[in-house]
Design a protein around this ligand. Structure first.
Ligand code: FAD
Length: 309
């Protein structure tokens, strides 16, 4: 059995999500190779080679792969797929973009967001916004799987796999036009150890940033938001935590003025310690909170800031 993991990376190193996807891949059994697609991504490939348990790293480079265009990634992976029984990628924004396309091209059913590998053909994944887990067995000869990184421990460092260059296929009719990146010195939401999230209660974009940003900076945290806060324009789209946003599992999650709808809980309930600040003692968020403060955030957050010094 041979398994191909498509790496998540920032151009110079693979992200932690890649290590976690390698853990899932190793659980399938067999040889695990890592594919790094990009442009000028040799350093990222070298970092993938240091993951323990990896047989070899494949590096495919082109301008379109540098922008992770789904068409280009799909063509490249489909070109390599003959040699593999399974293709895995983190259930990241990019993975969710190209993995269904790869599955369609290979004419198999994609298996999304797995949280456990039971055996080489049987997997556990959440359904109903995380309220139930289903165990599924696939009879597809080739498996195309996205992995929920927060459910797996990262594979260790210490490997020394060879790096091979493979040809990157172009994107056909699609081409890269431009992108607008949000620049931030704060940790990435999906990987942050501490996340502070704001909800509809914040009332405006000005208030959201005035309350959340200083608290995040004091704690070295990433800022998240409920969908209500995002939809109202208080916070950018990529802050959204939940079923249709990011799934996070930090050591500490502080929810401020968030009611705790199941779609929000689906994105944060696996956090190690959950703190909720809400003026409604009956808010559902308190059912998952380890520490709950019933009060107005306008009083509680300044007190918290003072206590943090
Ligand atoms: P509300 O539910 O309005 O809660 C605001 C809370 O603030 C209340 O509990 C209130 O008591 C409290 N409050 C008010 N004033 C104060 C104050 N001064 N101090 C302290 N507390 C105060 N939601 C997500 O978050 N993420 C998702 O990914 C997501 N996906 C969805 C997908 C689908 C298909 C659907 C149907 C919904 C989805 N939702 C998602 C929306 C979800 O159902 C809720 O509507 C949303 O999470 C509510 O956001 P909120 O808690 O900020 O707002």
């Amino acid at each position: 059995m041979a398994v191909l993991v498509i790496a998540d990376h920032d151009g110079s190193a693979v992200r932690d999500t890649t290590h976690k996807t390698v853990t899932a891949a190793l659980a399938l059994g067999g040889d695990v190779d890592v594919l790094v697609v990009g442009q000028g991504a040799k350093a990222a490939a070298d970092s993938a080679a240091r993951i323990a348990g990896v047989r070899k790293v494949l590096l495919a480079e082109s301008g379109e792969l540098g922008h992770t265009l789904a068409e280009a990634v799909t063509a490249t992976v489909v070109g390599l797929a003959d040699g593999y029984d399974a293709v895995l990628a983190p259930a990241s924004m990019d993975g969710k973009n190209y993995m269904p396309r790869i599955a369609a091209k290979l004419d198999v059913a994609p298996i999304s967001d797995i949280v456990e590998v039971v055996s080489a053909d049987t997997f556990v994944r959440p359904i109903y916004a995380g309220n139930a887990l289903e165990t599924i067995q696939t009879s597809d000869a080739k498996k195309v799987i996205t992995v929920r990184p927060t459910a797996f421990a990262p594979a260790a460092e210490g490997g020394s796999a060879p790096v091979e260059t493979v040809s990157g296929t172009d994107a056909g009719k699609a081409s890269f036009v431009g992108e607008e990146m949000v620049k931030s010195d704060r940790p990435e939401l999906g990987a942050a150890k501490i996340v502070v999230s704001g909800g509809r209660a914040l009332g405006s974009a000005e208030e959201f940033h005035a309350v959340m940003d200083p608290l995040a900076d004091k704690l070295g945290a990433a800022v998240g938001a409920s969908r209500a806060a995002v939809d109202a324009g208080y916070a950018p789209n990529d802050y959204q935590v939940g079923q249709t946003g990011k799934v996070v599992a930090p050591a500490l999650y502080i929810a401020i003025g968030i009611s705790g709808a199941i779609q929000h809980l689906a994105g944060m309930k696996d956090s190690k310690v959950i703190v909720a600040i809400n003026k409604d003692a009956d808010a559902p968020i308190f059912q998952v909170a380890d520490y709950g403060i019933v009060g107005d955030y306008k009083t509680v957050v300044p007190e918290l800031m003072n206590a943090l010094g």
